[in-house]
Design a protein around this ligand. Structure first.
Ligand SMILES: *[C@@H]1O[C@H](CO)[C@@H](O)[C@H](O)[C@H]1NC(C)=O
Ligand SMILES: *[C@@H]1O[C@H](CO)[C@@H](O)[C@H](O)[C@H]1NC(C)=O
Ligand SMILES: *[C@@H]1O[C@H](CO)[C@@H](O)[C@H](O)[C@H]1NC(C)=O
Ligand SMILES: *[C@@H]1O[C@H](CO)[C@@H](O)[C@H](O)[C@H]1NC(C)=O
Length: 949
């Protein structure tokens, strides 16, 4: 009771630097003053404690220096609680149970009770202890259950005093403090929710490799110790090293030894068994990587790997694929069973005859998953590592028959990828809400043994990496769909301070939605419509606002805090904006050039400037902090034509029409109609439509727009000033509905510009809905709905609908909770309902936009049901069931579009109706509903949400 009350109170405090965890440090008051008092704190470490603990202790020593300007001192001692303290000032005692005499004697003398953490994985306890030693009134005591438990206990203090895990890798500045106190709080933390939590450095060329080569001269221990420290500060424990052209254990023979002494569990990628990297095959193995034809040599090669890495803590990758991460042409399910048997025999003879004591993992990636589904047996002491589709959608999660496996399950996830449908390896494109949705599901379904994520070059994926590892460390903080936004604001507070936290969180959250709409590498000038729904300009404006907000925060920060903010927030915002500017301008250039508009050149110039701005922004990144991150933005990202990257960024093709023509002015309309018919207007749609009048020559002309009295053109007269950017004029058309004819009518708008006379037709519908209606109203033969705006959502005793704020391409997602709910049975199961008012009686096509998630249990495919009023619900199973290892045929489109879409048909009459929507499985996430009554136009995001009265 007291603890949960404390948690509630603490979660309301705005400034908790230990992200989401209970504070034990204060800058204003507390039981022991660690810094800023008459003497500076001393850290006691046990002589026999792990080297990794000693080393992290030295980090804490320097972390105090980073914050206060004065390092604390460290004493490595072999004393017990009965001895006289070598220091009488403020003391921090840190040690591992069973490895630190002082800690052990504090336990045996009853001064600390560690029963909550003893014997547990990676746990620690922190508390103030009175009279811990003779001559010492009190001390802050941090006891770890094991090596990493103690290390996490040390870094817990570092983080709280204001040293971010990203202080080096993302230059987060420590806020200077004059006083630091330890609070009189007993805190126990751990074991982590997921046992092995780590990253995979991959797709590491050009950016990371060029940077590493310049800075360290290769993937040696100088580089890796920075990564180890980062991981430990992030409370991670597991690493798959780079492997495109490197050999972790051989490029620098200190690498594996240092990983172990730091406390990092090493692995190799899913395709590199028994700690041997792919590159080692060609150098140290006779014959080819072909089990069928070369088993003996492969066994010898793998045995040597096991022997070599035996001294260190490893999580062994098992199994086999073909050469270089491809499917093997010769491997069969039977041969794979033999591979596993041989590999376990190697481990058993080299490491330990007790295989259960050796952590092993088999990634059921691509075709290997197919063998498993067909009955391939995986020994119970090997963790099944399920993978996503390389694009953040889990392909499979434990099914009921698998949840009790001894070695359990884990997941291999991606924030970066090289391959179909397209690489994404430039900058961050991750929606944290999507990560939450998939990893929450993963956790609930019981895959809790290993979480490893492909992070490309590491930078610039700092934010998704932190989020992923924080969830893996303590999922109890991230059980609710709102937890992502809580996490973002806590993260923003930790990195940039409470003053800018809300504004920063808003930028980071919006950025994640915008960037996730479509990978940058898949963007081009055809994606966002520049004639319908003002989509291109609307999206561009969102990015523009984002940059303005980010820039304002940046400008308000201290010089010390700016580089970090640039790297993690301002740079991606600007980079995304520039790319959208480039493609919207390129699209307008093509459209205008086709029309002969002279301002095609203006748009071309915008595009050219954006292309240059992209390069300049990369240079700014590279020059930051004296070139600290040179090469990190070397990745090409403009001009993809297929999945693989272009050699260089290629400027999209532009067209510059001749301006020295005699052509008369032209007229183009909203919606892009070649017959100059505007989209219908009514009382419930956009307040205005547009008509563009443009110059197609080098001479100026005047124009007039003549309309019916109820149609208002703004401006109705003017001059196209040519040459110059005022060579075209957007005329806004609005309606005085009190004067407009009742019912349907068509108004003609006459445009005279120079020698051009054009008639634009405007269909009008002047109708009013019943005064008692509340809900969504048709406009332009369309009703578009954000699912969270339901009229009602029913629930049962076991399930209900919940909103995932920020998940989706436009607002949010609506899904069923809990994640372990049973299959639902419409129409009696919970539904969300939407009141709609229809003017057009027709057979409506209703397209539901959903998260791009896949069927993680083929016996329970993702599906929803939908109906109008009391009609029998139509079931929509929108993701076809496929054999594991084979992606559904809907996958390419839903991956590219960052969302699935499925359409059903429903007869509707004019009048008010109720649209009913049922999720049949948890994991179905509704993101938009578009009712097409004959008027939906081409766009990427779908029509903007309809008026809701
Ligand atoms: C603190 O210790 C670190 C590591 O030993 C050292 O590099 C740094 O200069 C020291 N800082 C101060 C303020 O003494
Ligand atoms: C084998 O290792 C597991 C895990 O460490 C342990 O629980 C088990 O007792 C060991 N079995 C034997 C026979 O030593
Ligand atoms: C406009 O174009 C015409 C036809 O090519 C040319 O004769 C004239 O000199 C141009 N005028 C200007 C101001 O460029
Ligand atoms: C439209 O209908 C309303 C209500 O039926 C009526 O009061 C109004 O005069 C009509 N307007 C026109 C322009 O016919």
């Amino acid at each position: 009771m007291a603890t949960s009350l404390l948690l509630v109170i603490l979660s309301l405090l705005p400034c908790i630097l230990g992200l989401g965890q209970i504070p034990t440090i204060s800058f204003t008051q507390g039981a022991i003053q660690l810094a800023g008092g008459s003497s500076i704190a001393t850290l006691f470490l046990g002589t026999d404690d792990y080297p990794g603990v000693q080393r992290a202790g030295a980090d804490l020593q320097a972390d105090f220096g980073r914050v206060t300007g004065k390092n604390i001192s460290v004493k490595t001692i072999a004393l017990t609680a009965a001895d006289t303290s070598p220091s009488s000032g403020p003391v921090i005692i840190v040690g591992t149970i069973g490895k630190c005499k002082l800690i052990d004697t504090l336990i045996s003398s009853g001064k600390i009770d560690v029963s909550k953490i003893q014997g547990k994985w990676e746990s620690f306890q922190s508390q103030i202890v009175a009279d811990p030693m003779t001559g010492l009134a009190s001390a802050l005591v941090i006891a770890g259950s094991d090596k990493r438990g103690t290390i996490y206990g040390i870094y817990d203090v570092s983080e709280q005093i204001g040293v971010s895990p990203w202080y080096w890798f993302a230059d987060v500045a420590a806020v200077q403090q004059s006083q630091i106190y330890a609070l009189d709080t007993v805190k126990t933390q751990g074991p982590p929710s997921v046992k092995y939590r780590g990253i995979f450095l991959n797709d590491e060329q050009p950016a990371l490799t060029n940077w590493v080569n310049q800075k360290y001269g290769g993937y040696n221990s100088g580089f890796y110790v920075q990564v180890f420290e980062l991981l430990l500060r992030l409370r991670a424990n597991y690493l798959w090293p780079t492997m495109w052209d490197s050999m972790f254990s051989l490029d620098d023979t200190k690498n594996p030894q240092l990983a172990d002494s730091y406390g990092i569990v090493m692995g190799t990628s899913h395709t590199e068994p028994l700690m041997r990297s792919t590159k080692e095959q060609s150098k140290y193995m006779s014959g080819s990587w072909d089990w069928k034809g070369n088993k003996n040599n492969i066994v010898k090669f793998l045995t040597d790997g096991a022997k070599r890495n035996k001294p260190y803590e490893n999580l062994w990758t098992m199994g086999m694929r073909g050469s270089g991460d491809t499917a093997s042409p010769t491997l069969t399910a039977d041969l794979l069973a033999d591979v596993i048997k041989s590999q376990q025999a190697i481990l058993s003879s080299t490491i330990s005859s007790n295989l259960s004591s050796i952590p092993q993992m088999w990634c059921l990636y691509k075709e290997v998953g197919g063998y498993y589904e067909s009955g391939l047996k995986v020994p119970d002491d090997i963790t099944l590592l399920w993978s996503d589709d390389n694009n953040g959608n889990m392909q499979r999660l434990p099914i009921p028959s698998e949840v009790n496996r001894q070695a359990g399950a884990g997941v291999y996830y991606h924030f970066d990828y090289v391959g179909d449908p397209r690489n994404y390896k430039w900058i961050n494109t991750i929606s944290l809400e999507k990560t939450w949705e998939q990893m929450h599901l993963t956790y609930e379904r019981g895959a809790r043994e290993i979480w490893v994520v492909n992070v490309g070059d590491l930078k610039p994926l700092e934010i998704p990496i932190s989020h992923f590892l924080d969830m893996g460390y303590d999922m109890s903080l991230y059980g609710s769909p709102e937890s992502t936004q809580t996490w973002i604001s806590q993260w923003a507070t930790r990195e940039f301070g409470a003053k800018v936290s809300a504004a920063t969180a808003s930028v980071v959250d919006r950025y994640g939605m915008y960037a996730n709409r479509r990978k940058y590498e898949l963007l081009d000038s055809s994606i966002y419509s520049i004639v319908n729904y003002d989509e291109g300009d609307t999206v561009l404006k969102q990015w523009e606002d984002l940059v303005a907000d980010a820039q304002a925060i940046y400008d308000s920060l201290s010089t010390a805090a700016q580089p970090s903010f640039f790297e993690m927030v301002l740079h991606p915002s600007k980079a995304g904006y520039i790319l959208h500017q480039l493609y919207v301008a390129t699209a307008k250039n093509a459209l205008y050039a086709g029309q002969g508009r002279v301002t095609a050149a203006t748009q071309g110039d915008i595009a050219v400037k954006a292309f240059a701005a992209d390069a300049a922004l990369a240079t700014t990144y590279h020059q930051l902090l004296g070139g600290k991150w040179n090469h990190m933005m070397d990745q090409t990202h403009i001009g993809y034509t297929y999945w693989q990257q272009p050699d260089r960024n290629n400027m999209p093709k532009l067209t510059y029409p001749a301006s020295n023509t005699q052509k008369p002015p032209g007229v183009a309309v909203d919606g892009g109609s070649s017959t100059k018919a505007l989209p219908q207007m009514d009382r419930y749609g956009p307040k205005s439509r547009w008509v563009d009048i443009y110059s197609a020559s080098n001479s100026s002309s005047s124009f007039t727009v003549t309309t019916d009295p109820w149609v208002i053109a703004t401006p109705s007269t003017g001059t196209l000033k040519t040459p110059g950017s005022a060579a075209d004029q957007r005329v806004l058309i609005s309606i005085d509905w009190e004067k407009a004819p009742n019912g349907t009518s068509t108004s003609q708008i006459k445009v005279v510009a120079g020698s051009t006379t054009a008639t634009v037709s405007l269909p009008l519908l002047n109708t009013q809905i019943p005064s008692d209606f509340s809900g969504f109203v048709e406009s332009d033969k369309t009703i578009s709905i954000e699912p969270e705006h339901y009229t009602s959502a029913t629930s049962s005793s076991s399930v209900s609908y919940g909103i995932i704020p920020g998940y989706g391409r436009t607002l949010s997602g609506v899904t069923l909770f809990p994640a372990m709910a049973a299959t639902q049975s419409p129409p009696s199961s919970p539904r969300s309902t939407y009141n709609i008012h229809v003017f057009t009686a027709t057979t409506a096509s209703i397209t539901v936009h959903l998260a791009p998630s896949l069927n993680t249990d083929s016996t329970r495919p993702l599906a929803y049901s939908i109906s109008i009023d009391d009609a029998t619900p139509t079931k929509a199973q929108y993701v076809p069931v496929t054999k594991l290892g084979t992606l559904p045929n809907t996958w390419t489109e839903s991956t590219k579009n960052a969302g699935a879409q499925y359409t059903t048909k429903h007869a509707v009459t004019a009048g008010s109706h109720v649209l009913n929507l049922w999720a049949i499985e948890p994991g179905v996430v509704f993101q938009k509903i578009v009712v097409d009554l004959g008027g939906v136009r081409t766009s990427y995001l779908g029509p903007p949400e309809s008026m809701r009265v």
